[in-house]
Design a protein around this ligand. Structure first.
Ligand code: ATP
Ligand code: MG
Length: 605
């Protein structure tokens, strides 16, 4: 391809909102333009690299036994009503109407569309397992699209879904998908960190996210300094640092006046003690709770809804008291997962007053009547603790778990922090910020039950299949490749994703240099090497800068001086190296071809 006809509008200036390298470089190197907030156009150079990421994903999905299909992006609302997500999804779901006033969604993900397709075709256990995928457009009306294609509103996702007769078969496919993901990211030249992830509200039983380290990542990763433990903070656990104190003679709990004191810090100063001696009690509001609350204190009169015949009953809103040791924080994702809720967040001040009879800051587990109490494991080890006394300006001291209050649920709900100890090896935990590129997930029966999928087993008995799902963001993966591979001059593409393998830069595109450049380009193209030939009448300095900005792995410079030598010479430079090398013109095609093939083979190994 000749540069002058390749439509590569490079830029000196970058958009003011481009704060990360990939966003800046995708604009500067002419890969991408913005159409509107969160909506982009890939230009020819950008699309070449995008297609390479897609193709790597496709190769590995096919190799792992998944089959590609192409469903429509616009899906009838009925399917989303069956699964319950028409109501549960909230504002990020783009709902549209057609001319007949029928509702549709523009797919943000495709569990419903795939499940409906399989439901219509599945009859016998002999057809299982099924593993289908697409590489297709998604739309999510993100509140804050940012960092270019890292978080767009329209983007491309590879999403695969699998159906199985039993957990063993699901485990096999889940493991194969995890293996394929590791290969995909390696082939893209990416260092990913697979982490344990939350599988909560979806009702699943296993989940792994594939993260890249990023200063602007929205995920906190918890990693162990000693072993390979790695988890999203939403899921992370740690070694226990509590135990029931035995043998201590705890005096009965008693009320203490704590005038105008609300925060734990103020209370610590007032009582000359430490946060870890407090039982912090917070009131949470959870939405779309699927946990059975019929036996939960204070929950008997809650409204329930049933999204579809086979779907579990859902409590649209429910409140809970949550108690944890005062030096720790509640992990809202763990909490939501325990409640099988789509979300759990702190209740408003007025809700707290209404439910506890006291202003914010005085909630406590003792005497709490009309709220189910969920406590973190750490609280079970506490005696002689300080808690709110459910009345303004009053606390209790010498409170002990079990003697003075009981819990409805005892679980791990703490947020793990740097400095905590690893639950596997006891090593010290530390944190990194990460960006999620992919996610594999054992979904279980959530969609197959609510959408009535069934098959006949060997005995002719009707059964419901279990399900897995597996997603990768194509755009985010591409942007992450640039994040990991760039320098002050521009992009430094790994060979597998580079839009072209070689850029040929004749100092002047005429005379002998033109003949030599055209010939070399032709030879390379015959060998299957992708070549960009800079045929522009620009100064050499401009062409070199653009070659660096574009990040093409090999640059070949052809000048009259080298051509006049005997034998004729050209200069080859690797984008990630400083030194030029002189190579005989007539050996150049063979040498470049071999090096490029070697590099591709290494990445693909
Ligand atoms: P996030 O937490 O970043 O919003 P998610 O957990 O909602 O992502 P999934 O539903 O697991 O995302 O989607 C699978 C993949 O799709 C993600 O791992 C990510 O690579 C990609 N993805 C999700 N949302 C976006 C977006 N707004 N823009 C670009 N890629 C996205
Ligand atoms: Mg995810």
């Amino acid at each position: 391809m000749n540069y002058s006809s390749a439509f590569i509008p490079t830029l000196r200036e970058v958009p003011a909102d481009a704060v990360i390298a990939s966003h800046r470089l995708m604009f500067r190197a002419g890969l991408l333009r913005k159409l509107a907030n969160g909506l982009f156009t890939y230009l020819p150079l950008g699309l070449r690299s995008f297609r390479k990421v897609e193709q790597i994903i496709r190769d590995e999905m096919n190799a792992a036994g998944a089959l590609e299909i192409k469903p429509s992006v616009v899906v009838p609302a009925e399917l989303w009503k069956e699964s319950g997500r028409w109501d549960a999804m909230g504002e990020s779901l783009l709902r549209v109407k057609n001319r007949l006033d029928n509702d549709f969604v523009v797919s943000p993900t495709a569990e419903e569309a795939f499940t409906a397709t399989v439901r219509d075709e599945l009859s016998s256990y002999r057809q299982l397992p099924v593993n289908l995928y697409q590489i297709n457009t998604k739309f999510r009306d993100e509140i804050r699209p940012r960092y270019g294609v890292m978080r767009g509103r329209e983007f491309t996702m590879k999403d695969a879904y699998s159906w199985h007769a039993d957990d063993k078969s699901l485990d096999e496919t889940y493991t194969a998908m995890g293996r394929a993901y590791r290969r995909i990211f390696k082939r893209c030249g990416l260092s990913v960190i697979p982490v344990k992830a939350d599988s909560g509200a979806m009702g699943g039983s296993g989940s792994e996210e594939f993260m890249v380290e990023s200063e602007v990542g929205d995920n906190t990763l918890i990693l162990c300094k000693k072993c390979d433990y790695a988890a999203n903070v939403e899921k992370a656990d740690c070694a226990s640092d509590y135990s029931k104190e035995t043998g201590t003679n705890t005096p009965p709990y008693e009320k203490i006046d704590t005038p105008n004191i609300k925060t734990i810090d103020e209370l610590c100063t007032f009582l000359k003690t430490e946060p870890k001696n407090f039982i912090k009690t917070l009131i949470y509001r959870a939405v779309n709770v699927e946990l059975d609350l019929s036996s939960a204190p204070g929950c008997s009169k809650l409204d329930r809804k049933k999204p579809s015949t086979d779907a579990p009953e859902v409590y649209p809103v429910a409140y809970f008291a949550v108690a944890i040791r005062g030096d720790l924080d509640v992990n809202e994702v763990k909490l939501a997962s325990i409640l099988k809720a789509s979300e759990a967040a702190l209740a408003t001040d007025s809700d707290v007053e209404r439910l506890t009879g006291a202003p914010v800051g005085f909630a406590g587990p003792v005497g709490l009547a009309n709220l189910p109490l969920i406590i973190d494991n750490t609280v079970t080890g506490m005696s002689n603790a300080v808690t709110g006394a459910l009345a303004k300006d009053l606390h209790y001291k010498n409170v002990s778990y079990e003697r003075d209050f009981e819990a409805w649920i005892v679980e791990d709900i703490r947020t793990v922090k740097a400095g905590d100890n690893c639950s596997v090896c006891g090593g010290e935990l530390y944190t990194k910020m990460g960006n999620e590129l992919g996610h594999i997930f054992k979904l279980g029966y959530k969609y197959t039950k609510s959408m009535n999928v069934s098959y006949l087993d060997e005995n002719g008995k009707s059964q419901i299949p279990t399900m897995g799902c597996y997603g990768i963001g194509v755009d985010r993966t591409l942007a992450s490749v640039i994040e990991e591979h760039n320098d002050e001059a521009g992009i430094v593409w790994p060979m597998s994703i580079a839009p072209y393998h070689v850029i040929i830069v004749p100092i002047k595109y005429d005379g002998e240099a033109k003949t030599a450049a055209d010939k070399l380009a032709g030879e390379l193209a015959n060998n299957g090497i992708e070549v960009l030939l800079d045929d522009r009448g620009e100064r050499p300095g401009v062409k070199f800068n653009d070659a660096d900005l574009l990040g093409i792995p090999f640059r070949v410079v052809i000048g009259d001086k080298g051509l006049a030598a005997s034998p004729a010479q050209i200069e080859i430079k690797r984008r990630n190296e400083k030194e030029n090398r002189n190579v005989d013109l007539d050996k150049a095609a063979a040498e470049l071809t071999e090096k490029i093939r070697e590099e591709l083979a290494q990445l693909n190994a």
